[in-house]
Design a protein around this ligand. Sequence first.
Ligand SMILES: [Mn+2]
Length: 300
Amino acid sequence: MRWPAHVHIFTTPHWSARPIPGLSGVRVWGRCFTPNVESLERPLAAPALAGIGDRDPAGFDLALFHGSREGKCPPGQTLTAPFSDDEVGAASFAYLAVGHYHAPSRLSFQSEVGAGVRLAYAGSAAAADPTETGMHGALEVRIEHGRRLPFAEIEPVELDRRRVHDLSADVSLATSAEEVDRRVAKALDDARAGERDIVTVRLSGRLARGVRYAAPGPELRARVFHLRLDLRRLRPDYDLESLRARDGGTTEERFARALLEQRGAEPDPLQRALIESALYYGLDAFRLREVVPAYEELGE
Ligand SMILES: [Mn+2]
């Protein structure tokens, strides 16, 4: 791929600048980073900014870089090239365009070098996995300068035509698999999930006795680009608390109590889920007189 002539790639780890043709005094500053190499260098610490010098009062300086705003690091994201809000405030950039975090965010404040939005993450241009919900794209940044302090405003530009949704549906006492599908379809409607979208629906509640639900029907699957159902919080309608409380001596009651005791004593959540699925299979055998695969996805 060949970049067009007006694209400049910053290739030094220290800050360097490019002027913008036709815009006197406006400089874009950048510094490169190595993908997947975490760095604890602070890009906005005073020594890193020492080479930048005074800005041209006719224009402004803009920063483009990769880094982590401290205190805002999303769970699961690595902290690299950290900077603090105080460092942002002390730097002489009117606007800072930052990358690394995948969700959009912004920081607005006024200082002697600029006002309005002063720093923003555009976020990833497209959702990178099923947890990256919401809109993804770029930011259009408008900076007014010359007559007053440089003033920036930003406007999101949606680029990813797929949206990622993370939804939940209560399917309590659904009396058939079709009814479960209808409740999931309602959740898709409420979220306006469309045929291009990637959707996780977390089901919860107790299904009516004897109802099995393992996967969405074909009509439901066809409604979105990708549908993933999380069944870990779905339970059959067995009242475990009353089984635990009863001190009766039927085989079913003793079986239920024995497994509930085992589950209570088990520290490992995976083992607890396994014991619980064994309990449900056993209760199915007692009450429905049949055992079919249904509880492989139980979880906490
Ligand atoms: Mn990154």
